[in-house]
Design a protein around this ligand. Structure first.
Ligand SMILES: [Mg+2]
Ligand SMILES: [Zn+2]
Length: 205
């Protein structure tokens, strides 16, 4: 018996990082994968790195979409990627916003940059935040998981070019880097791992 050792996790923002930023996506037809995004997820899959989407969906709190739509858009995203041979390990979303409508108008522990979604994924999927990567197009993405040892990667898609001018002072100190798109970021993240990818180890259980 052998067990495949998993590589570090990739936590991925959705809008502007994986799919086109359209501003509060509210119809499935608006969902388009960014160029080479599926290829990026596939690269992570092949390297044995779990891929987990963590997405603020405050459109729910703002009354623009409902939780059912968030659920359906997650399934649709999974299908789009699957048809390109790529697979997500999980999707976590936060429907809250303090200025939104009840019952979503709370300061919650999951809205990025708060680490709630990442912490939940780590518990659910037995992942480690330390050494994982968080990839997104906003400053709130690269701030997520601060203090947990997560390496922040900013992509220049979506709002990324603007965010690049507002990066926090400790971004580089935390190992932060900026890439043109998700494929570049994932290629780099995979390249930081031992040559040959995750090792096949004897199963000691
Ligand atoms: Mg985004
Ligand atoms: Zn939340």
């Amino acid at each position: 018996m052998t067990a495949l050792r998993r590589g570090p996790a990739l936590f991925l923002d959705r809008d502007g990082s994986l799919i086109e930023e359209v501003g509060y996506l509210s119809r499935l037809e608006q969902m388009r994968l960014l160029p080479r995004a599926a290829e990026a997820v596939r690269t992570a899959n092949e390297a044995g790195m779990p891929v987990v989407v963590v997405s603020n969906q405050s459109g729910v709190a703002r009354g623009l979409i409902d939780e059912d739509f968030v659920e359906r858009s997650g399934a649709h995203l999974g299908e789009l990627l699957e048809s390109a041979g790529a697979r997500l390990d999980a999707i976590y979303t936060c429907p809250h916003h303090p200025a939104g409508n009840a019952p979503y108008n709370i300061v919650c522990p999951c809205r990025k940059p708060a680490p709630g979604m990442i912490e939940r994924a780590c518990r659910d999927l037995a992942l480690s935040a330390d050494g994982a990567f968080m990839i997104g197009d906003k400053v709130s993405d690269v701030e997520t998981g601060k203090g947990l040892g997560i390496v922040p990667l900013l992509v220049r898609t979506g709002f990324g070019r603007g965010s690049e001018r507002e990066l926090p002072a400790d971004f580089a100190r935390r190992g932060g880097r900026v890439f043109d798109d998700l494929a570049e970021a994932v290629d780099w993240a995979v390249g930081t791992q031992p040559v040959g990818g995750p090792q096949v180890l004897p199963n000691d259980s």
